[in-house]
Design a binder for this molecule. Sequence first.
Ligand SMILES: [Fe+2]
Length: 687
Amino acid sequence: MGPITRREALKLASALGASLAWPSMVLRPGPRPIQERRDLFAHGVASGDPRPDSVLLWTRRPPESGSAPLELTVEVARDPDFTRLVSRARTTVSAAADWTCRVLAAGLEPGCVYWYRFVDPQGLASRVGRTITAPQEDDAAPARFTFVSCQNMQMGACNAYRRMIYEDQRRPRDAQLQFVLHLGDFVYEVTWYPEDRPQGYYDRTLKDVVRYPNGEKIADFHVPTTVDDYRALYRGYLLDPDLQDARARWPFVCMWDNHEFSWKGWQSQEVFGTVKPAQTRKAAANQAWFEYQPARVAQNGGSLERFDAPQVADAPITQFDTDGLGQEAGNLAAINSLKINRTFRYGRHLELLLTDNRSFRSQPLTDRPETAPFKPRQFPFAVSEDVTEILDAGNRYGGGHPPATISFGGADLPNPRKDAPPLSMLGAPQKAWFLARLHASTATWKVWGNTVAMLDWRIDFQNLPPELGVHWPTTGYALLGDDDWSGYRAERREILDFVRANGITGFATVAGDRHAFLAGVISTDLPPKPFTPVGAEFVTGSISAPGLAEAARHVTKDNPLRPIYVHEPAAGSPGPAINCSLMNGVRASLALARTNDLRTAIAERNLDNAPQLAFADVGGHGYALVHVASDHLEVEFVCIPEPLARSPDVNGGPLAYRVAHQVKLWKAGEVPRVQRTTVEGTLPLVL
Ligand SMILES: [Fe+2]
């Protein structure tokens, strides 16, 4: 493939709803003199989705008064002082896109740092942004990036970004990060207005980040209902100085998760207690995402000035196809109004594949009324692994022989899903696309930006000593949570079987959503079934949203299961016993409560509980650094203390720990292994 021509770049830019900035020998003069006025560009600048020859640039510039569109000049240069100008182009902001704009800076050199700014007709300019193009496909240098997720601005600060910037500025140029992969929950649409919840959330004080111009109040929180509400949410979040600095330093590659639309949403439906049609909200969420995230995705028939949101109504879905896809016309129009699954190539060793795990998924088990009888009582956050396996697979369980009844809590309950098709996370068309791209990739490492994790969180509640007085309702393991891949097990099996059958190596997934740091290997089954890993997975802790360890601290003191979740030493603060339970089983955590010594406790571990996990900390916050080389892939978790308030320090405040894990490239037929390489600081109840 030769370099992109100006004509091709123009066509591409218009498909992306972007203006084009193209290098020119003779640059038309821009406004002079130039004065930086960050207050007029209050939401900063951003760049996104780099290719070797181009990158998208973004800003927002509302008018001081009136509503007439405003013309901006964008400048792209090789230096932060703009003495080596590469291109200068015009773009327009208007109310139709909430005064945001996107510019495709094309005709660039691969693997280069560029600087950009937006200037209004009076010469008043945005801050200067920095961005980096992707290396060429045959570039053998290792790829370096970071992945993040779950930045709840109401409940915490972005100290993680501050540390990320501080450390990157001190690295030599060839060791600096090339991009930030954001795996979703960039915003949290569920918003508590502080006065509605003066007691805060867990032990956190709620900050006033956004007020919806329309919105709906449900219980004590508010959710957005219109495009203006979703826009207000992004505007509120983008005022954060650390997030703004990160967007101005690196290109971001973004994939949404659930909270960009709705907390427990699937397709275009909301679930707050019961399923509620929300086609208009899904279309509005897509529009705001398109306006605020400079991503290389095409809108359906839109123009430069505006995203054409489909005209839909909030109608119930009554018909589903065999992949669980709701056939209601407005549902299909809303979820197809913006497709953001895509791939990126970073040199010889990295292909990044991003999937949308929310817009096409069938309704999760956990929200289906027919699965209610299978919810274990007394066991915080837990479901049964065996039962989930049967319910998810539906009529495909056991090679097409699902049981008529399921043994649960001493009774044989009718299997409500024995005639239903298995659940799907990706939907059929996206799954076919994903598997084809995975199979065709020639990169050393195929890294799946997966947003939701595949690694099971298991606890062997079946091994609780009887004298504790609580009884697990099955003979198998407990799973924590079932709305990620651990509840879409049949499709997970299909994907992992495809990887094995096709001899695909160098397969790794990176995920967010769990609000936990996890490293391990992924397998269709865990003991007592055959454990046969086919890839590695790394999950990053949240930037700021509270994790399970924090929630578990609120398991009541009189609950006999409390030692499984919380370790309360005689002296010192409580620790996340749940990390120990997930890695080693319940007997180890009960021994920990007795002995206060992790090493002694681990002698009582259940080796079958978690052979898939090399590391689990469900209380950590921060980010994950990835180094992708010809013969190995390494991921370093950088963990900070709970970011309850913004740190005044230039480095974002103290570190809790850093821990790195490495997986060596394996050959087809070999088993991947994730091994710890370095540790700094004290790991929280993990050996
Ligand atoms: Fe999240």
